[in-house]
Design a protein around this ligand. Structure first.
Ligand code: TEU
Length: 557
């Protein structure tokens, strides 16, 4: 199981209101108690923090707000001492505009690093620097155009995300070599792998064609940069140059927005040596209408259909990541559960479903406590560049009113996941002795790690038992998946099956008479319809008298 730490909101050790590396070290025993195997650190590199560290200005140094390289080495050693592995967040589709590489690239059209980024002149016949003169019509993920005009050299540079996150040009072998060298530097320092930020966006279609589908003034360029023509070539080259032949057991997970199941197999098929697994986005898109801000209610059959497709699609070759939460998604108990009266029961039901599918489960900080969305009511409370960008773009364009956008942000803003971890009921939830960079949720007085750890019926202990089950019962990690009652709107049920080979010959060289092949089977069943909702008889047929390994809401049921 992999646990994601968003350092800025995890634990502050020096009272500046921002989480840091020594703070993470203070909390490692919480992760050990949960049963964590791997810790994924969101970026702690030097950064102007335009996108909370996903805009890196020095890949081989720690930002002073988080500490120093020595603090990092101490944290890494402390994690390893506890049997925890640590993977870093690799953000190489783009750098910060304050990175030395970009400062040189923008210095002149003839600079040796000019071609390390995507530079283009204004459209033919258009006045450079005016709306519509951009080299193509792509929209940025954060709203507005994906091109920024640079007066000094009279050209535009591409930024799929913020204007302070210029896209690196992966067509340039010097760029790829510099990234490989940096990755090797971190592996030599002892890190155990990487989570690769938007790694399927690094290959763009030559010519950078206009997007046909429009969002207001700009076009959707995603068909021309999602899982592009050379992405698999680049990842296989990365494996050869960085990972092949290293003795350590390393973990690589690609964040791949818009990835299809077919491409997911190509990315994760072990024979292709690309990545171990990918984060796909289908299940966190099933409540999106025309956009993530146009929120639709969840339908259980839609969730079963998408999870079922990915379980079947990667059953033979490849491997699934299993997640509800991360620093970009609203908190699942508020999104697909109930963060009011049934908070504990729904948090447990959601955890049970996710952790007993086939794949590697990821737990995002605070998810194991049943933490909820932030509950912000004013735009002034938000800090996320994506939330603020879309709020102003849609309100200014008259597409939505402020009130409509505040309702949408309350449900879907990334800041919902970024409020500080709630450690105890004290002021600022034990996160900081200073003023937290983002408001602590007032419900920390009841929802916090100290209270959760003290209550055996808590969300925390339920997560702990699920992780222990995965470590102790092979069918959980390895069993084949089969969906049951796919069309039922209130019952989510599936089986996991593992054929165990007959034990090999005993120490005396003779296989014991009893040693025959056996079959482990697990039935997972969540009934969101409550006691009055009857479970279809065919789901329970043959399971009479089965041992109950783990039960959720109202354990007597
Ligand atoms: O996210 C990529 C990505 O797809 C997000 O833009 C996501 O789709 C969106 O936020 C959901 O509404 C990665 C990082 O996880 C994110 O924090 C960064 O902002 C982004 O890349 C740029 O580095």
């Amino acid at each position: 199981m992999v646990y994601q730490v968003y350092p800025r909101s995890f634990q502050d050790s020096d009272g500046d209101g921002i989480g840091d590396l020594p703070g993470i070290e203070q909390r490692l025993d919480h992760l050990v108690a949960l049963g964590v195997d791997v810790v994924w650190l969101s970026p702690v590199y030097r950064s102007p923090q335009d996108d909370n560290g996903y805009d890196i200005s020095d890949y081989q140094d720690i930002d002073p707000m988080f500490g120093t390289l020595e603090d990092f080495d101490r944290l890494l050693a402390a994690a390893h001492d506890r049997g925890l592995r640590v993977v870093m967040d690799l953000v190489v589709n783009h750098s910060s505009d304050e990175h030395a590489w970009f400062r040189e690239s923008r210095a002149s059209r003839t600079d040796a690093r000019r071609d390390w980024y995507w530079w283009r002149p204004a459209r033919e016949g258009m006045e450079p620097g005016t709306p519509g003169a951009e080299p193509n019509n792509w929209r940025s993920f954060f709203g507005g155009p994906a091109w920024e005009y640079d007066e000094a050299t009279g050209e535009y540079y591409l930024h799929l995300f913020s204007r302070k996150q210029p896209d690196l040009n992966w067509e340039n072998p010097d760029v790829r070599r510099a990234v490989h060298d940096m990755m090797t530097w971190w592996l030599d320092r002892g890190v155990d792998g990487f989570r690769m930020d938007v790694i399927n966006l690094i290959s763009k279609v030559p010519g950078l064609p206009d997007g046909e589908v429009h969002y207001g003034a700009y076009g959707d360029g995603s068909p021309y940069y999602t899982s592009g023509p050379r992405v698999h070539e680049f990842l296989q080259e990365m494996h050869r140059e960085v990972f092949a032949g290293r003795p350590e057991k390393l973990l690589t997970v690609g964040e791949t927005p818009g990835v299809t199941i077919e491409d997911g197999v190509l990315f994760t098929d072990p024979e292709r040596h690309e990545v171990d697994m990918v984060f796909q986005f289908e299940h966190v898109g099933i409540d999106h209408g025309s956009s993530k801000w146009d929120v639709k209610p969840l339908r259980l059959t839609d969730l079963k259909a998408t999870f079922g497709r990915w379980q079947v699609g990667l059953a033979e070759r490849g491997w699934n990541s299993l997640y509800w939460n991360n620093h970009d998604q609203p908190r699942i108990v508020s999104r697909f559960g109930d963060d009011g009266e049934h908070r504990v029961a729904s948090a447990k039901a959601l955890a049970l479903l996710l952790h007993l599918h086939r794949g590697t489960p990821y737990v995002y900080q605070g998810e194991e406590l049943g933490m909820t969305n932030a509950g912000f009511t004013s735009i002034d409370q938000y800090q996320d560049i994506e939330s603020l960008g879309h709020f102003h773009e849609l309100v200014d364009a008259g597409v939505a009113t402020e009130e409509q956008m505040l309702v949408a942000l309350r449900a879907m803003s990334r800041d919902n996941a970024r409020t500080p971890v709630q450690w105890d009921a004290s002021e600022h939830a034990g996160f900081t002795t200073g003023t937290p960079w983002l408001a602590v949720n007032p419900n920390h007085v009841t929802i916090n790690a100290e209270a959760e750890r003290a209550d055996d019926g808590s969300v925390f202990h339920f997560y702990r038992r699920l992780v222990a089950l995965r470590h102790d019962v092979p069918v959980v990690a390895l069993g084949d998946f089969h969906m049951l009652a796919p069309d039922h709107e209130a019952v989510y049920a599936f089986t996991r099956t593992l054929d165990l080979p007959a034990p090999t010959e005993g120490p005396d060289g003779v296989a014991s008479a009893a040693s025959t092949a056996s079959r482990d089977e697990l039935l997972v069943l969540v009934n969101v319809g409550g006691a009055e909702q009857e479970v279809p008889p065919e789901v329970l047929a043959g399971w009479e008298g089965a041992e109950v390994l783990i039960a959720t809401h109202d354990d007597a049921a």
